[in-house]
Ligand binder design. Structure first.
Ligand SMILES: Cc1ncc(COP(=O)(O)O)c(C=O)c1O
Ligand SMILES: N[C@@H](CCCC[NH3+])C(=O)O
Length: 458
C-alpha cells in the first residue's frame, strides 16, 4: 500500500466545504469519504443526507453504510472516461442484489468468480451475456452454472479447463472464452495482490509459452470461440504505466497469434486494480488519465502491429465501491498498557481482514459528539482474539475518546464484507444504503440463530 502518515485530525469537521474537502481527501474526485459527506451539529456527520449517529442508533453497530449515489457516480466516471469500452464491475469487491442492480442500471457488466456470485446476479435480473466468469480453479459446479445460465465470456485460467468446458458446452452452441495471460508485470499494493508476474497462481505465462499453448488448444475445440485475451496485473495500483506496458505486451501476443493462426482476436480485457485512498493524502488512480494513455497505446500499438483495435474491457472493483461505504463501530474499551493507548471497537478482522492480511492502515474518526480535547496517538484495534487485529496504528483521536463513542471508518466498501468471516462468532454486520436522506437495509445483521442453524448438533 502507499504509506503516508495520517495528518493530525481536527476535533470537529469544519463547515467550509474546501477545508472539509482537504481533510476528507475529496479534492481529486476519488475520495476517502463519500462526496456527499457533510459535517452536522454536535460532531455528527451525514452521508447522502443520513446522520451516521442516527443510523448507528437505528441499525446498531458494527454497521456498513453504502452511499448509492457515490457508487453510481463512480460507474459514470468509468463510462465517461472509456466510452468505447465495456466496464465490468468486479463483484468480488462486494456484491449484493441492490449493488448488482445499480451497476446494471449504470450500464456496467459484471465479473464473477463462482457459481454463487453468478446465481445471485442472474436471479436479481442481471443479463448473463454481460457477465464474465473468472477463477484460477473453477469447480465443475461453477462451469456448469456458467453454461446453464449463459454467461457472456469465460476466462480460461488453466489448460485442464479447456477440455472440461468444451465437454459441457451444448452441441449446438459455442461458448465465448478468453485466455488469462500473465504479461510479466510487477504492480500492486502488496505482494499478495500482485498477479501480473510469473510464479503466482493466476493466468498463463507468455514467457514459458503456456498462454500460447492454451490459445492453440482452444482453437482446436469447435464448441469454444476464442474472442480475446485477458490480463489482470494486480490490485491497488495507483500509476498508469503498468497498464500501458500490459497493453503493449498483450498486443504483441495478439500479433503473434495472428501470425501463427491467421486469426484476429476482437477483444482485449485489461482487468481492474485501480487504487483508492484509504487515508487522506494517499495516491489514487486517475481514471481519465488511465483512459487517455491506454487508448493511445492501444491505437499506436495496433497500428504498428497491423491489427484492428480490439474492443476493450476493464474490470474495476475497489474503485467503484471502496470509497462509497463507511463502517461505524462503537468503542468498547480504552486502555493504556505498555507505552500505548488501545481503543478497542466492536468489530475488527471478521468484518475487515485487510489490515491483518496486508498490514494496511485506516483513518478512523470520532463521530457523534464534539470534543475540544487535543488529539493523542492511539492504536485502534478490533475485538478478536488475535494480536494482529489492528485497524489503525498511531492514529490521532481526541484525547477523551472513551467507551460508548462512535468511530467511523471511510473507504470501507471493497474487500471488507466480501471477505468477512465467522471468526469468534460475532456475526457479520448489516449493510444499509443511504440515498437522498433515507436509509434502507440491503443486508441484515447475521444473528446467532443464523450461525447456530448451520451446526446440526451431536
Ligand atoms: C480478474 C480480476 N478482475 C478484476 C479485479 C478487481 O480488482 P480491483 O478491485 O483491484 O479493481 C480482480 C481482483 O483483483 C480480479 O482478480
Ligand atoms: N482482497 C484484496 C484485493 C484482491 C483482489 C482480488 N483479486 C484487497 O483487499 O486489497
Amino acid at each position: 500500500m502507499t504509506v503516508s502518515l495520517p495528518s493530525p485530525l481536527p476535533d470537529s469537521l469544519p463547515s467550509d466545504p474546501r477545508a472539509l474537502s482537504r481533510i476528507l481527501g475529496n479534492t481529486d474526485g476519488l475520495s476517502v469519504w463519500p462526496r456527499s459527506t457533510r459535517p452536522e451539529a454536535d460532531g455528527d456527520v451525514s452521508v447522502n443526507g443520513v446522520s451516521l449517529t442516527e443510523a448507528a442508533d437505528r441499525f446498531g453497530t458494527p454497521l456498513y453504510v453504502l452511499d448509492e449515489q457515490e457508487v453510481r457516480e463512480r460507474c459514470r466516471t468509468y463510462r465517461t472516461a472509456f466510452p468505447e469500452a465495456d466496464i465490468v464491475y468486479a463483484a468480488k469487491a462486494f456484491l449484493c442484489r441492490a449493488l448488482a442492480h445499480w451497476v446494471q442500471e449504470e450500464g456496467l457488466g459484471l465479473d464473477v468468480c463462482s457459481a454463487g456470485e453468478l446465481e445471485l446476479a442472474v436471479t436479481t435480473g442481471f443479463p448473463p451475456e454481460n457477465i464474465v466468469m473468472h477463477g484460477n480453479a473453477k469447480s465443475p459446479e461453477d462451469l456448469r452454472t456458467a453454461i446453464r445460465l449463459g454467461v457472456g465470456r469465460i476466462v480460461v485460467d488453466s489448460p485442464s479447463e479447456i477440455a472440461r468446458l468444451a465437454a459441457i458446452t451444448p452441441a449446438d452452441t459455442r461458448q465465448k472464452v478468453m485466455v488469462r495471460v500473465v504479461p510479466g508485470i510487477a504492480a500492486g499494493g502488496h505482494t499478495k495482490i500482485r498477479t501480473g508476474t510469473d510464479n503466482q497462481k493466476f493466468g498463463l505465462s507468455i514467457t514459458d509459452g503456456s498462454a500460447q499453448h492454451a490459445v492453440t488448444r482452444i482453437l482446436d475445440q469447435p464448441h469454444l470461440e476464442l474472442v480475446g485475451l485477458h490480463c489482470h496485473i494486480g490490485s491497488q495500483i495507483a500509476t498508469v504505466k503498468p497498464y500501458v506496458v500490459a497493453v503493449r505486451r498483450m498486443i504483441g501476443l495478439m500479433a503473434r497469434i495472428k501470425d501463427q493462426h491467421g486469426i484476429t482476436l476482437p477483444q482485449l480485457n485489461i482487468g481492474g486494480g485501480h487504487a483508492i485512498a484509504y487515508r487522506p493524502g494517499e495516491e489514487t488512480m486517475n481514471v481519465p488519465e488511465l483512459a487517455g494513455r491506454v487508448r493511445a497505446e492501444l491505437e499506436e500499438g495496433c497500428a504498428r502491429a497491423g491489427l484492428p483495435v480490439p474492443r476493450l474491457t476493464l474490470e474495476p472493483g475497489r474503485a467503484i465501491v471502496g470509497p462509497a461505504a463507511v463502517a461505524i463501530y462503537h468503542v468498547l474499551a480504552v486502555k493504556r498498557t505498555g507505552d500505548r493507548t488501545f481503543v478497542a471497537i466492536d468489530g475488527g478482522m471478521s468484518d475487515n481482514p485487510r489490515p491483518a492480511l496486508y498490514g494496511v492502515q485506516y483513518a478512523p474518526r470520532l463521530i457523534g459528539r464534539p470534543s475540544s480535547v487535543p488529539p493523542r496517538l492511539v492504536t485502534v484495534v478490533g475485538r478478536h482474539c488475535e494480536a494482529g487485529d489492528i485497524l489503525a496504528d498511531d492514529v490521532a483521536l481526541p484525547g477523551d475518546i472513551r467507551p460508548g463513542d462512535l468511530l467511523a471508518v471511510p473507504a470501507a466498501g471493497a474487500y471488507h464484507l466480501s471477505m468477512a468471516s465467522g471468526y469468534n462468532m460475532i456475526g457479520r454486520p448489516p449493510v444499509i444504503a443511504v440515498s437522498d436522506g433515507t436509509a434502507r437495509t440491503l443486508i441484515r445483521r447475521e444473528s446467532l440463530d443464523d450461525m447456530n442453524r448451520r451446526d446440526i448438533g451431536l
